[in-house]
Design a binder for this molecule. Structure first.
Ligand code: GTP
Ligand code: MG
Length: 227
């Protein structure tokens, strides 16, 4: 019993420390007029592919840099580097999510410019990353049509924590048993305010609306930091 209380106290200390660092990260973004987005999804939903296309689409408009989170490998950072965007890879080892202190260290290395967008690709996992604030303005959850339309109901914490749900791989809709309306309805049962966009990171369909969403968030973030 004593051990249990001690364990709970330590967990609370760790979470409180992490929240403090997340607040520092948020202040860091605000001071630099930056929009920071935390991309979360199950493994393979298309986060890196979406980022590759987003970097290309925003070229010449808003500067964008990327923090990549994976348990192992530099694969995703190498893919982003090939687009020309500045990138830092974090390898979490045994951990199944990014934490605020990892992002703080990556920011020191990345040194993103004022007036820019930071994309953080979290470790592919629909569970743990929901619990950890990194200091981002918003979490964006990506559900791909190959995963099944019941995922928002099965992983409600992630949907509740997210401002936007991107339904990706819509080019595959003719080949899979995925009901877009049912997926959106399930997401809104958990989070009535969640915004939804349908995209294909492969063909580019719907990417204009995603680009506009980022541009609006970027404008709001820079106006907020002037207050
Ligand atoms: N058909 C189709 N395939 C896609 C689309 N987006 C991504 N893919 C494919 O899905 C696979 C996984 O894509 P990634 O971008 O690596 O996914 P991820 O979410 O970054 O994966 P992790 O970082 O490992 O979690 C790759 O084979 C992509 O080419 C899409 O819109 N349509
Ligand atoms: Mg990836």
């Amino acid at each position: 019993m004593t051990v249990d209380r001690e364990t709970v106290r330590l967990q609370e200390d760790v979470l409180a420390k992490s929240r403090g660092i997340a607040e520092r990260n948020r202040g860091w973004f605000v001071a630099r007029n930056m929009l920071a987005l935390n991309l979360v999804s199950s493994p393979g939903a298309g986060k890196t592919t979406l980022l590759e296309r987003t970097v290309a689409d925003l070229a010449g408009t808003i500067p964008i840099s990327v923090i990549e989170g994976d348990q192992h490998t530099l694969n995703d950072a190498m893919r982003i580097r090939a687009t020309g965007a500045p990138v830092v890879q974090i390898n979490t080892g045994a951990a199944c999510h990014l934490e605020a202190d990892m992002v703080a260290r990556a920011l020191a290395e990345l040194a993103p410019p004022q007036d820019s967008v930071l994309m953080i690709e979290n470790v592919g996992n629909l569970v743990c990353p929901a619990l950890f604030d990194l200091g981002e303005h918003a979490k964006v959850v990506i559900i791909s049509v190959t995963e099944g339309d019941d995922k928002p109901a099965k992983y409600p914490h992630m949907v509740a924590a997210s401002k936007l749900m991107l339904i990706n791989k819509i080019d595959l809709l003719p080949h899979v048993d995925f009901d877009v309306s049912a997926c959106i309805e399930r997401a809104r049962q958990v989070n009535p305010d969640i915004e939804v966009l349908q995209v294909s990171a492969r063909t580019g369909e719907g990417m204009g609306a995603w680009r506009d969403w980022i541009a609006r968030g970027y404008k709001a973030a820079s106006e907020f930091s002037l207050v």
